[in-house]
Design a protein around this ligand. Structure first.
Ligand code: SF4
Length: 333
C-alpha cells in the first residue's frame, strides 16, 4: 500500500506522514515550490527536503508556474489576512499531488491539516470545500484530526486503523510537540513560515501589481522581492537597489526591456524603470536615483546615465532639482 504525503517542512505534515508510516504504509513525499515560497531567509536544503530526509522518504517537488499566478490574481475563495489565497492554494496543491499519486500507483493522500488551526483553510467547511473542489473526497486522510472527521476511504477499507489516528484540534501546538517527542521528529520550520503571500509588506506590492499589471509574470514577481519600489503618479514603476547584491540582481532584468539608470560620477544604486514611460518619468527616476547616491562633492552636479536597449543618454541634474518628500512617501510601495 502506497500513499502520498504533502510535506511543507512544518511539524504537522511530518507528523501526519509518520503516523501513517507507523501503520506499514509506504509514504512518498510531495511538495509544491512556487515563486512565493522563498522567504528572505532562504534555506538550503529546503525545510521540506530536511523533513523528508528525517522521515527517510523520497520527496517529489512540483514547481508551480504561471497557473499558480492565476490563482493568486483571482482566487475563487478570496484572500486571508494578506494576499494569501490559502483555500485555493490547498486545492491546487492537492490536485497536483493527486496527479503524482496516480503516476506512482498510490491509493490516497495525507495532509497535516489540523481542524481549527488556521482560520482560512483548516475550518471544517473549508476542508469540505477542499475535498469537493479537488475531486478527492474520501481520499485525503488528515491523521492529526481524523477522529473528528468523517471516515475516509483508507479507513473504511481497513488500509489504516482509525483507532491509531488522532483527534487534535485548535491552535495549541502542545499535542503536536508531544507527538514530535514521541516520534523523534526534530527538523521542522515554524508554521506557515516562508510564504511571502502572508507577509504584509510583500502583500502591499502584490496588491499594487495586481492593480497596475494584471498580466504580471513570474519574472515580475521575482522583481517584487528586490529593492525599493515606487509607483509614480502616472502609473510607472521605478525600482531602486538597496545594496550591491540587489544592484547586480536588477541589472539582470534590464535585458527584459526595462530602462536602466545609474549615476555616472558618484557611487549609487541601479534603478530600473518600466519601458513604456515618458521623459518626465525618466527624469523623476533620475532624481530618485540621486537621493540614494553617495553624497560626495560631485553629488551637487550629478550625471545619471540612462540605458534603453542599445541607446544611451545622460541626464544632468541641477542642484536645485529635487522630489518633494511627500511624493516619495506617496509613491512608495
Ligand atoms: S500560506 Fe501560502 S503556501 Fe501556504 S496555503 Fe497559504 S498561500 Fe498556500
Amino acid at each position: 500500500m502506497k500513499a502520498v504525503a504533502l510535506i511543507s517542512g512544518g511539524l504537522d505534515s511530518a507528523l501526519a506522514a509518520k503516523i501513517v508510516m507507523e501503520q506499514g504504509v509506504g509514504v512518498y513525499g510531495f511538495t509544491v515550490i512556487h515563486v512565493f515560497s522563498e522567504s528572505i531567509k532562504q534555506a538550503t536544503p529546503s525545510y521540506a527536503e530536511r523533513s523528508a530526509d528525517e522521515l527517510g522518504i523520497t520527496l517529489y517537488s512540483h514547481k508551480a508556474s504561471q497557473d499558480f499566478l492565476n490563482i493568486v490574481k483571482d482566487p475563487k475563495y478570496g484572500y486571508g489576512k494578506n494576499v494569501n489565497p490559502c483555500l485555493d492554494c490547498r486545492i491546487y496543491m492537492l490536485i497536483k499531488a493527486a496527479q503524482y499519486m496516480k503516476k506512482i500507483g498510490a491509493s490516497f493522500l495525507i495532509t497535516g491539516e489540523v481542524l481549527g488551526e488556521r482560520p482560512m483553510s483548516q475550518r471544517m467547511d473549508a476542508m469540505n470545500i477542499i475535498d469537493r473542489d479537488s475531486g478527492l473526497k474520501g481520499l485525503i486522510l488528515r491523521p492529526l484530526s481524523a477522529k473528528l472527521l468523517s471516515p475516509t476511504v483508507p479507513e473504511i477499507k481497513g488500509w489504516i486503523s482509525r483507532d491509531r489516528l488522532f483527534d487534535i484540534q485548535g491552535r495549541s501546538r502542545k499535542p503536536q510537540l508531544m507527538l514530535a517527542k514521541r516520534y523523534g521528529i526534530r527538523k521542522f520550520s515554524t508554521p506557515a513560515g516562508g510564504c511571502l503571500l502572508t507577509e504584509p509588506n510583500f502583500s502591499k506590492r502584490m496588491k499594487d501589481i495586481i492593480k497596475f499589471k494584471s498580466d504580471f509574470t513570474l519574472e515580475d514577481v521575482e522583481l517584487l522581492k528586490i529593492g525599493r519600489h515606487f509607483r509614480l503618479t502616472s502609473g510607472t514603476k521605478v525600482i531602486i537597489g538597496r545594496n550591491e547584491q540587489e544592484n547586480n540582481s536588477l541589472v539582470k532584468f534590464t535585458k527584459d526591456g526595462m530602462i536602466h539608470l545609474e549615476a555616472q560620477n558618484v557611487p549609487g544604486p541601479v534603478v530600473l524603470v518600466e519601458s513604456n514611460t515618458n521623459d518626465e518619468d525618466i527624469r523623476t527616476a533620475a532624481l530618485l536615483c540621486s537621493i540614494y547616491c553617495k553624497k560626495t562633492a560631485a553629488w551637487k552636479h550629478i550625471n545619471i546615465n540612462v540605458f534603453k536597449k542599445a541607446h544611451q543618454q545622460t541626464i544632468r541634474l541641477g542642484q536645485e532639482e529635487h522630489v518633494p518628500d511627500k511624493d516619495i512617501q506617496e509613491w512608495r510601495v
